[in-house]
Design a protein around this ligand. Structure first.
Ligand SMILES: *Cc1c(COP(=O)(O)O)cnc(C)c1O
Length: 436
């Protein structure tokens, strides 16, 4: 039905490699690799006919087979790198909700806004979509030990999927820089956690220095199989919208794997005839960790790494994003945009979402903060149809949220009362007066 292989993304290289090639960068030019397929698109009666595909995907929703339950493998016609009968390592990832958030849309400047909540994944972030694909591939090539550098979510996800596959997991995280919740997840799933360096980029550099020599299977997002899983985010979004393409899809950017994956998904969907136009992709970085934004704003031809990235949105505290070339390709494809927001703007966006009853981890709220800024700049038009991807779960980083509460918020919302009915009555009277 289709042939799958790896190919260098460099336009003047295009070196090809077999799927089981262990290196994640091109040996000839050092550029990133893509998983490529020779699809039999559009042939009459072929299994890749757009209508037939939609029906097949729809039908699988009511199946109880593991690969039909998964929001990644349900779309397996578009990620045909797994040979028939191979073990699929899945935790029923994906299938996340698309929720209208009218108040937040007003707050952002009057856009029609829905959020695609990737926090509703088995380990609480979109990383699970990439991990099911990547660990499935690791199993196919017989890997025993997986490794990643992480700001916390990749490690939690890898630890879970490695456990499921019966592999060992070694995670590299910056010392003292990941949230307690993310650390606890990795430990609970049995990973060995190596705390090294001050930031993600340093931890990643250390891992890369020894990964090959030590025979570790690297699952960071320079591994192209990660992106294959993550591209299904856009399939779910479109399916949930009856294949109506939004004006914008907005995503926070750290290592820039997700925006790259979504761009690849969109390109393939258009090639397959499932959509006939593309949304504009918007990637939003935190101001202290925005090398991609700066590159575009300065019209530079390459990313200049930031050696000490700073932001409280720890999931996007990355100074040297490995996927910037793929992200650039995705923005070019979709006439996309890049924005940069401060931590204050991120926390204000998080508070706006909370009024719609939606929680997320701080990095996720960067999407919303970016939309507001782009509407204010008249780049996104009021009334635009916008989908923001919330990348991680509210409970991933409660410490940061609590630290951001003002004393005033706290005295209004968190009240200690002696176990005495009269004192309780007085306290409740105060509460009711407040909300009147
Ligand atoms: C990993 C992550 C990001 C950044 O995604 P990239 O693909 O690295 O750009 C954003 N938010 C959360 C919650 C994440 O876990």
């Amino acid at each position: 039905m289709s042939t799958a292989y790896l190919r260098c993304m460099g336009e003047d290289c295009r070196q090809e490699y077999p799927l089981d090639h262990r290196e994640h960068l091109c040996e000839r030019c050092g550029n990133l690799l893509d998983v490529r397929y020779e699809f039999a698109w559009g042939l009459p009666g072929a299994p890749l006919d757009p209508c037939a595909l939609r029906d097949t995907w729809e039908r699988r929703k009511s199946s109880s087979a593991v690969i039909d339950q998964s929001g990644v493998w349900r779309f397996r016609e578009l990620l045909p790198f797994v040979s028939a009968g191979a073990q699929i390592v899945s935790l029923s990832e994906g299938r996340t909700p698309l929720v209208d958030v009218a108040r937040t849309g007003d707050w952002a400047g009057g856009v029609r806004l829905a959020i695609k909540h990737q926090g509703n994944n088995p380990t609480g972030s979109f990383k699970d979509l990439g991990m099911t694909a990547c660990i499935t591939q690791a199993a196919a090539v017989g890997s025993r030990v997986t490794a990643c550098a992480s700001t916390g979510n990749t490690s939690a996800s890898m630890a879970a999927y490695a456990a499921r596959a019966g592999m060992r997991a070694v995670v590299f995280v910056p010392f003292g820089k990941i949230s307690a919740a993310k650390m606890a997840q990795s430990l609970e799933f049995g990973a060995v956690v190596i705390e090294i360096g001050d930031n993600f980029d340093q931890a990643f550099q250390m891992l890369r220095a020894l990964a090959e020599e030590m025979g570790l299977y690297l699952v960071n997002s320079l591994n192209p199989f990660r992106l294959e899983g993550q591209k299904t985010i856009v399939l779910e979004i479109l399916e949930q919208r009856d294949w109506r393409v939004p004006d914008y899809i907005v995503v926070p950017g750290g290592n820039l794997g997700n925006v790259s994956a979504i761009g690849k998904g969109l390109a393939e969907l258009r090639e397959a005839g499932l959509i006939d136009k593309l949304p504009r992709l918007v990637v939003v970085q935190a101001q202290g960790a925005n090398p991609f934004y700066q590159m575009l704003a300065n019209g530079a031809s390459a990313v200049v790494p930031i050696s000490e990235p700073r932001t409280e949105a720890s999931a996007i505290r990355i100074g040297h994003p490995v996927n910037w070339r793929k992200a650039l390709r995705a923005l070019r494809l979709t006439q996309g945009l890049c924005e940069s927001v401060t931590d204050d703007q991120i926390f204000a966006a998080k508070a706006a979402l909370a009024q719609d009853g939606v929680g997320c981890e701080p990095a996720s709220a960067a999407s919303i903060a970016g939309i507001r800024k782009l509407v204010q700049a008249h780049t996104i038009e009021p009334g635009a149809d916008v989908v923001a991807i919330l990348t991680g779960h509210q409970l991933k980083d409660p410490e940061i949220f609590l630290r951001h509460r003002t004393a005033e918020d706290m005295s209004r919302q968190r009240i200690h009362v002696d176990a005495d009915v009269e004192k309780l009555r007085a306290a409740l009277e105060g509460v009711l007066l407040q909300s009147a």
